[in-house]
Design a protein around this ligand. Sequence first.
Ligand code: ZN
Length: 137
Amino acid sequence: MNLRLNKIEHLGIAVKSIDEGNSLYTKILGVPPYKEEVVEHEGVRTSFFQVGPNKIELLEALHSNSPIAKYIEKRGEGLHHVAYAVDDIRDEMNRLESEGFHLLNSEPKLGADNKLVCFLHPKETGGTLIELCQERS
Ligand code: ZN
């Protein structure tokens, strides 16, 4: 069977402080993050933890205009998005848009961890921000 959304690539968790988030998740998972990365154009500092075949991404706001700062202001720290791996992000963007979902970016953009990403507005997804991500070759 040809899967469209292959697997959950990672869960994104909004934190006020990446340092505190890192030490909390190192305690929970028993391993430190395998990388940290600043994504300047998204206004975020991220860190990634490997959990078996899965990943956890922590996101800290770089400034008060960051979407993460706004998210934490409204809803507090915690689960921010669910990211699904796709093989062809443009194909999935077209499909989901034709299904009536609102894409937050009309072109795939460069995300953390060497991925092309696109977000779906949570209004049409039952309240969960969904990220599509495709490995960059
Ligand atoms: Zn993500």
